[in-house]
Ligand binder design. Structure first.
Ligand code: HBI
Ligand code: FE
Length: 296
């Protein structure tokens, strides 16, 4: 738990947002002002227009079935009324990033933590910490897809079990390169790939960069390779991993990861921009504009 997060938790505690032992709160609907709804509307309108033809159908189906709209920051209870009967998932409001074990415990029980507050207008294009738009618009629509819903719960269970192996960094990489920044093959799309990762879905600039820039590598998904590949949280991805289809996640969800984790936990990680002879290369990036060439 970084100091800024505990400061934010304290600030919200002081503001009367009582956080329960599992770090959840009741969504403070009364706390959203006109500016919050306006920021939601601007982000929602912009991304839904940009994502057409670029995001996978399963995401669009989720947006439709959850009755998401541009009008207002959604009520979490209204989302759950559609989501829970479909896949057993429910979203729970949290003040922000919660400790990893708490996060994985929620996922293992089909609860997705959604930050309640909206970013400010001056943070429209980038903010370090996930806000309600990133969590709700980026992550929640895919939870109504049965295969993805199973994967996310299996991921939470595997992450909890991995802690005693000291393999959390490997699971964090798997989350990063699938749930946050994953791409998926789509023969009908111009570049042959579409977006499903929430970190891309909720970002105007990365929506375009991930599909259209010649700079990053785009490599076929491979579980061991992904879990050994480092990443940075403050730049665009140097490498995107591409699923053939969601059944790969389904297979992953039904695999006992521990033997692989035990094998990889002490293996030296690959830099984020590496391309290996064993990789299935869809695009070898020209690395233009990359920062931090050396260390990751
Ligand atoms: N907390 N609220 C919240 N949201 C996250 O995405 C999150 C978190 N805590 C830890 C965490 N993510 C990471 O451990 C995972 O992304 C691997
Ligand atoms: Fe996220």
């Amino acid at each position: 738990m970084s100091s800024t997060n505990t400061a934010k938790l304290q600030e919200q505690f002081d503001a009367g947002l009582e956080t329960r032992a599992d770090f959840t709160i009741d969504q403070p609907l009364h706390r959203y002002g006109a500016v919050d709804h306006a920021v939601w509307k601007q982000l929602y309108t912009r991304q839904t227009a940009l994502l057409k033809g670029r995001v996978c159908d399963a995401f669009l189906e989720g947006v439709e079935r959850l009755n998401l709209s541009a009008e207002r920051v959604p009520s979490f209870a209204a989302i759950n009324a559609q989501l829970t009967p479909a896949t057993g998932w429910e979203i729970v409001a949290v003040p922000g990033l919660v400790p990893e074990q708490v996060f994985f415990e929620h996922l293992a029980n089909r609860r997705f933590p959604v930050t309640w507050w909206m970013r400010r207008p001056d943070q429209l294009d980038y903010l370090q910490e996930p806000d309600c738009f990133h969590d709700l618009f980026g992550h929640v629509p895919l939870l109504i897809n049965p295969v993805f819903a199973d994967y996310m719960q299996a991921y939470g269970r595997a992450a909890l079990a991995s802690d005693n192996l000291g393999a959390l960094p490997l699971l964090a990489r798997l989350y990063w390169y699938t749930v946050e920044f994953g791409l998926i093959r789509d023969a009908a799309s111009p570049g042959g790939v579409q977006i499903y990762g929430a970190g891309i879905v909720s970002s105007k600039s990365e929506t375009l960069y991930s599909l259209e820039s010649a700079a990053p590598n785009r490599l076929g998904f491979d579980l061991a390779r992904v879990m050994q590949t480092r990443y940075r949280i403050d730049t665009f991805q140097k490498t995107y991993f591409v699923l053939d289809d969601f059944t790969q996640l389904f297979e992953l969800a039904s695999t006992d990861l521990n033997p692989l984790l035990a094998k990889l936990v002490d293996a030296p990680p690959y830099p984020a921009g590496a391309v290996l002879d064993s990789d299935r290369v869809l695009n070898r990036g020209n690395q233009e504009g990359w920062q931090f060439d050396g260390d990751v």
